[in-house]
Design a protein around this ligand. Structure first.
Ligand SMILES: Cc1ncc(COP(=O)(O)O)c(C=O)c1O
Length: 384
């Protein structure tokens, strides 16, 4: 009885692992969780205060569908300050989390028969969102370090290409795209006239060097780009559900129209919290990134010490994506046995388009990271 649209949509693998982890914990099992991609830090105090103030001031009613004017202005200021992109408030739409922004984009620009180029490995939901829009995901390779180049993209461009998805730093690999390649990819998009969805949700989590926003390069590529972001990761606000996108005015208007019929505005209270996140002190972001950097170095070193596992150095985000092929297990078997037999939760790489990898989120305390890696090492000892 289900619609054809949803019949082929897979549930989010990360949430499935999280559900099983919660179930095992409720049975009293001591699980080390490398599964879900959310910071283990609490939302900063000033942001929580802003939300409490919003409630006390009765900002609890419908707001304009695409966000309160103050928040849109804060987002425009943020783009100018951090990304060197000049967006007008009419080019910005606030939605119910980064995922919702991505969904809106796919829904308003993709049609049946359109192709969307998706570099592998990719974050789980891109593929399903493209399929929901009845378009075709076209997988694009990356190099041994999961780096995307313009040449790899060009191999996949056809007359049907409508969209390219960029995600730098990348979930699950942590790879970033080199600024030179971003420039060449922009030239390709302009030449072949396809849109670019640049998901920059991990932009602050770049450990060496600086993030480059493709829309900052020139006016032509800016018109073809949707720059997407959210407060979820940078401000430890995953549950608040505020994401945003900037792009050309007409398409933003179409997204607003869609949103007005689907969800209306994102939570009024969360919008005031996001306003404080963007306008307030950024110290908490700096502190969190510093902590992640220490964990990143540790997990990378430690994973490479484990027999049967090798891992490239993640350059960004908060994930490691080790190669597990020498364990002679496919990623699903690896993840499911690891959870059952050693009480460590990881996400199978197949969910991200690679069956010879697993994703470990290092959004966990150093103590847990150490404990989890010791368990993996012990568990693999008799297997290889
Ligand atoms: C690459 C990427 N984009 C978007 C999102 C969605 O974030 P949000 O929680 O704001 O919907 C995630 C969340 O894991 C992500 O990893």
């Amino acid at each position: 009885m289900l619609s054809n649209r949803v019949k082929n949509i897979a549930p989010s693998a990360t949430f499935a692992i999280e559900a099983k982890t919660k179930q095992l914990r409720s049975e009293g099992k001591d699980i080390v969780n490398f599964g879900l991609g959310e910071p283990d830090f609490n939302t900063p105090e000033s942001i929580k205060q802003a939300a409490k103030k919003a409630i006390d001031s009765n900002f609890t009613r419908y707001t304009p569908v695409g966000g309160i004017p103050e928040l849109k202005k804060a987002i425009a200021d943020k783009f100018r300050r951090e990304n060197s992109i000049d967006y007008d408030v009419s080019e910005i739409l606030v939605s119910c989390g980064g995922k919702h922004s991505l969904y809106n984009i796919a829904m308003v620009i993709l049609d049946k028969g359109d192709e969307a180029i998706l570099p592998v490995p990719f974050w789980v939901s891109y593929q399903e969102i493209i399929k929901l829009a009845e378009a075709k995901p076209v997988f694009c390779r990356t190099d041994k370090k999961f780096k995307l180049t313009a040449d790899f993209v060009e191999e996949k461009v056809t007359k049907k290409t409508k969209l390219l998805i960029l995600n730098s730093p990348n979930n699950p690999s942590g790879a970033t795209i080199e600024p030179d390649e971003i420039r060449k990819i922009a030239e390709l998009a302009i030449e072949h006239k396809f849109y670019v969805l640049s998901d920059e949700i991990y932009e602050h989590f770049v450990y060496n060097g600086k993030h480059t926003s493709i829309a900052s390069l020139n006016e032509e590529i800016k018109k073809l780009t949707f720059t997407c972001n959210a407060v979820s990761k940078a401000y430890a606000m995953t549950g608040w559900r505020i994401g945003y996108v900037a792009g050309s005015k007409d398409i933003i208007k179409a997204m607003e129209n869609l949103q007005s019929n689907a969800t209306s505005n994102p939570s009024s209270i969360s919008q005031y919290a996001a306003l404080e996140a963007l306008n307030g002190s950024q110290d908490s972001v700096t502190q969190m990134v510093k902590a992640f950097d220490e964990r990143r170095k540790f997990i990378h070193k430690r994973l490479n010490e484990i027999k049967g596992i090798s891992c490239i150095e993640p350059e960004g985000a908060f994930y490691a994506f080790p190669d597990i092929s020498k364990t002679n297990m496919k990623s699903m078997e690896f993840a499911s046995r690891l959870l059952d037999e050693a009480l460590v939760a990881v996400v199978p790489g197949i969910a991200f388009g690679s069956d010879s990898h697993a994703r470990l989120s290092y959004a966990a305390s150093m103590h847990d990271i150490e404990k989890g890696l010791n368990r993996i090492e012990q568990w693999l000892k008799n297997k290889i």
